[in-house]
Design a protein around this ligand. Structure first.
Ligand code: F6R
Length: 275
């Protein structure tokens, strides 16, 4: 009875951390455990400022604890359309700077959508889906949340069944990602992104959110209705999603006490569900 309660009362496990540093350390601990448990982990990755602390911790674990990435394969969620891979704001560059240049993932095990979209758009997207599927599927997908509640670049009004495709970015997302582009420089208006349907097929999801700017999106994702208007709310449909939030990002959650109790009970009764 109690086990059933733990399984059904909350679709998501919500971890509350005190600040960004603790959030990054906890997220890294979870990813490191997953790699130690399965050295050939198929790891889905996100870009953005929220992820920087996690990647710094993974690099530290590689250097200091000999965490081995040689059998890990990675699949990034998204990439800007029309930006050369070498541009400092491309997601490929972000990943190289923050992680890939500092750990031992063989380059042929790194997958990032091809934002240059040479040839046919649909073909490029189908090819990425195929790469994920033929690898055996993603074991653990790391995600961030946009201020408008997006995951990947699935902006509001994206189909919850969507697959990898090109999405036009909203004004708010363009504004949020403006820093880093030179004044007057043209900013990409679109991105190629895994769809919500693609993301929901990953076996486990680990979502990170930090700071006051994310508080509304987090509350809507965790406690709001499942809706294409807030694509992060689709996380509620996943059987094994964990969201890590710092105090600021948790500010608008109404059921914090319940989440803490659920976590405690899960620790006791179904520790396998934890990391
Ligand atoms: C990027 C991605 C986006 C970001 C989100 C939050 O790969 O998937 O969904 O995670 O825009 O970005 P930050 O962390 O910069 O606030």
């Amino acid at each position: 009875m109690i086990l059933a309660w733990v399984g059904s009362a909350l679709t998501m496990l919500v971890f509350l951390t005190k600040d960004y540093e603790e959030l990054s350390r906890e997220a890294a601990r979870m990813v490191i455990n997953a790699i130690r448990r399965k050295p050939a982990l198929r790891l889905g990755l996100a870009t953005g400022s929220t992820q920087a602390g996690l990647y710094a911790e993974l690099v530290r674990a590689h250097r200091e604890e000999k965490l081995d990435f040689s059998r890990v394969s990675t699949f990034n969620l998204d990439e800007y359309v029309g930006l050369p891979a070498k541009h400092p704001q491309s997601f490929r560059s972000f990943m190289s700077r923050n992680l890939f240049d500092h750990v031992n993932i063989p380059p042929n095990q790194i997958h990032i959508p091809d934002g240059t979209l040479r040839g046919n758009f649909d073909e490029t997207c189908a090819k990425y889906e195929n790469e994920i599927r033929s690898s055996g599927g993603i074991d653990l997908q790391v995600l961030g949340i946009g201020r408008d509640g997006h995951i990947g670049f699935n902006e509001p009004a994206s189909s919850l069944a969507s697959r990898t495709r090109v999405k036009i970015l909203t004004r708010q997302t363009l504004e949020d990602n403006r820093a880093g582009f030179a004044p007057g420089e043209e900013q990409p208006q679109a991105a190629i992104t895994m769809g919500i349907g693609t993301i929901l097929e990953a076996r486990r999801l680990l979502v990170l959110a930090s700071g006051t700017a994310k508080a509304r999106a987090v509350a809507m994702a965790v406690e709001g209705p499942v809706t294409a208007s807030v694509t992060a709310s689709a996380l509620q449909l996943h059987p094994d999603a964990t969201i890590l939030v710092d105090r600021e990002a948790a500010a608008e959650l109404r059921r914090k006490e319940d989440y803490e109790r659920a976590l405690e009970m899960t620790r006791k009764l179904t520790p396998g569900r934890l990391w």
